[in-house]
Design a protein around this ligand. Sequence first.
Ligand SMILES: Nc1ncnc2c1ncn2[C@@H]1O[C@H](COP(=O)(O)OS(=O)(=O)O)[C@@H](OP(=O)(O)O)[C@H]1O
Ligand SMILES: Nc1ncnc2c1ncn2[C@@H]1O[C@H](COP(=O)(O)OP(=O)(O)O)[C@@H](O)[C@H]1O
Length: 647
Amino acid sequence: MGHSKGNASAVLAFSKADSPFPIPDSRPSAVASYLQQHEHKSQLRFITCGSVDDGKSTLIGRLLHDTQLLFADQLAALDADSRRHGTRNGEVDFALLVDGLAAEREQGITIDVAYRFFGTEKRKFIVADCPGHEQYTRNMATGASTADLAVVLVDARKGLLTQTRRHSYIVSLLGIRHVLLAVNKMDLVDFDQAVFERIVGEYRELAEKLGIEHVQAIPLSALNGDNLIAASTATPWYRGPSVLEHLETVDVARDASALGLRLPVQWVNRPHQDFRGFAGTIAAGSVRPGDEIVALPSGRRSRVQRIVSADGDLAQAVAGQAITLTLDDELDISRGDIIAGAAQPPEVADQFAAHLLWMDSKPLLPGRFYWLKIGARTVSASITEIKHKIDVNTQAQLAAKQLELNEVAYCNLGLDQPIAFEAYRDNRELGSFILIDRQTNATVAAGTLDFALRRAANIHWQAVDVDKAARARSKQQRPRCVWFTGLSGSGKSTIANLVDAQLHALGHHSFILDGDNVRHGLNKDLGFTDGDRVENIRRVAEVAKLMTDAGLIVLVSFISPFRAERQLARELFEDGEFVEVHVDTPLAEAERRDVKGLYAKARAGKIPNFTGIDSPYEAPQAPELRLATLDEDAQALAQRVIDYLRD
Ligand SMILES: Nc1ncnc2c1ncn2[C@@H]1O[C@H](COP(=O)(O)OS(=O)(=O)O)[C@@H](OP(=O)(O)O)[C@H]1O
Ligand SMILES: Nc1ncnc2c1ncn2[C@@H]1O[C@H](COP(=O)(O)OP(=O)(O)O)[C@@H](O)[C@H]1O
């Protein structure tokens, strides 16, 4: 099967005799044998940036062909294979092929990145080939997130283009430190050294601005093969390596061992009473039995007892190995925690400065909560502030209130609980995250952590002697948050008032929080854009929470048009404490009532973003109560709320 050509040797051959390029074969056995053969070689993951016009396809095609590569496949096929043929038994690590932003695919987003594999005597390679089109930024970010090096293609006739700057920016954002600047189509400029030097000079300036540390520039004709596999006679003035030589020898190792052990716990392995192991793949550093460790975020310490692997117990394990650790003490460690060397553990925090690439067609709303997935951990997070957005073409910093598709920003990020993390520049696994929409489950952003804004350990809950239960007892009531939601004029205030009066008459302690009133005080800085409504509801939910802590029955009456924020409010409360009441009035009826004359004004175009007219209302899907105001009068509906609270 193997061929050899120059210093490159074939690793797999499934080519049809009459095909100029090998036909991909995704049979699991082929993947398995490829990986087994090459398991012990070093590996380089790289990404190619540039357009078809720059010669990207030619470059990849020739590299694959000239190294007799023979393995190419679409991501989807591999993904399906890896699902069918699990990786747990330690035989085949399909993750090698398809990790990328694996979570992204689980979330059902189509990422159009093809991973291709090839190898030589010296190294095996995985190249992420990102097609252009509109979704290019997202595709590129996906490919770049696991790459060690980027091949940036430039057409010698055109020099640096806006897209070269954009791609290089994303490369630097995603922590790639090595760029191979391929100045292609040198044959079309007569292999002119001056042209090459000018482009390289300009690029080095850009790389310095972006903090890309290593740039190897190579004059190239991908079409003719000049300087691709071996040195070309057409460029006697160039003394550097060929593209393949550079890919084979470039040292991209990060000094991860300097950080000490980092083991993100993938699962807790407890087959029987006497064994409790913490399984995962070591992200950085190494570990030996007897080493002192700290479990994060809890901060509890212990020592490593055994390192269990598929090949039996180990005396040492290093980054990249999948292992199970047992400890001397019974620590409470769960999936998503980090086991770290005790000498230099990562920080624990819940507020960060971070870069964010927004990938959803709906804009990012500061204050809205999303799921944040970092390593094996999922927490709730929101962007608390957009510091500035970044023009990826010019790197200019621009003011922004929200983020649109493909935009990049520097933000403050707040989590609902602390996590162990490391700055992305130090550790990509503990420093990169994705955001997931809680309603649609779609991945909406990818981001990298820069630094912690405050250490979680420095902010403590103030302990109180008289707690909620004590206050509730003295009031002889169960504290609740009754959340009325519905269109303007649906009847929220009317019904809440009746409920309040009734509760009062029964001797209960209640209080109404009403949109119209709160917007005159606490929230007078907020208008009716989506972003302002998100913040409006967030604040009111927090106030309602404080009031239930004080033992009250709080009646909240806000349009609260978005499911996401009502869900957020719900999560602030204990089970059963939050009662969502949908005051269900058809738009036509609310408009007919038009208590305040606002609908007429909105229809006349005098009030922008009016709910139901040109701003959405997302009706509750499973409220505790639905009050249809066309069917019953306000008094009867209020009684239904009282009855519900009694039960
Ligand atoms: N553009 C626009 N859209 C909707 N409503 C508007 C708007 N402009 C002013 N108003 C008046 O503000 C009241 C709604 O405020 P809320 O705080 O309940 O709204 S929201 O929950 O933030 O969506 C609402 O009161 P209610 O009629 O009691 O619902 C309106 O009187
Ligand atoms: N079944 C009903 N429940 C509540 N209000 C009703 C009902 N039928 C008619 N209405 C009238 O609808 C209007 C609702 O206004 P309001 O309570 O201020 O609504 P919101 O607070 O939702 O904006 C009031 O004038 C009320 O008398």
